[in-house]
Design a protein around this ligand. Structure first.
Ligand code: UDP
Ligand code: MG
Length: 132
């Protein structure tokens, strides 16, 4: 069984889409094994996205991710990393496939509703970062 970190971003918490997003993950065969709601600090959001520090969107992303509470969760299932990435859809909602979370709920490429770890190694690191 694999685990992956998911985040429901501030736009989707604010838009009352938490339940629908969780349902999409569950219907894909993933199980919630940890979950909490939290307003991230700049230090947490900045540290979490440290790999993007040199990118032009970094400061705006940190501001967005701290603009309201998020839902942090750990999904478990066979191929959980890839499965959650599949149901999330592409980073840019304009390029996301029909029926994906980002196509359904994203407000912009920044406010794209969800995060998902991009590899098993990232999943371990990100799960540690928020839960252990
Ligand atoms: N992002 C952005 N502008 C961009 C690319 C990414 O604001 O041009 C934001 C967006 O919220 C994205 C996050 O930065 O989810 C992390 O980017 P990454 O490339 O890791 O995309 P993801 O793994 O979330 O699909
Ligand atoms: Mg990423």
């Amino acid at each position: 069984m694999e685990r992956t970190l998911g985040i429901i971003k501030p736009n989707s918490v604010n838009n009352n889409h938490v339940g629908k997003i969780l349902a999409i993950g569950e219907e894909a065969g993933l199980k919630i094994v940890e979950m909490k709601m939290k307003k991230l600090t700049k230090e947490e959001a900045g540290g979490f996205y440290a790999e993007h520090k040199e990118r032009p969107f970094y400061q705006s992303l940190v501001n967005f991710m701290t603009s309201g509470p998020v839902v942090l969760l750990v999904w478990e299932g066979n191929g959980a990393v890839e499965k959650w990435r599949q149901v999330m859809g592409a980073t840019d909602p304009a390029k996301a496939a029909p029926g994906t979370i980002r196509k359904l709920f994203a407000d912009s490429i920044e406010a794209n509703s969800v995060h998902g770890s991009d590899s098993a190694a990232s999943a371990n690191r990100e799960t540690e970062f928020f839960f252990h």
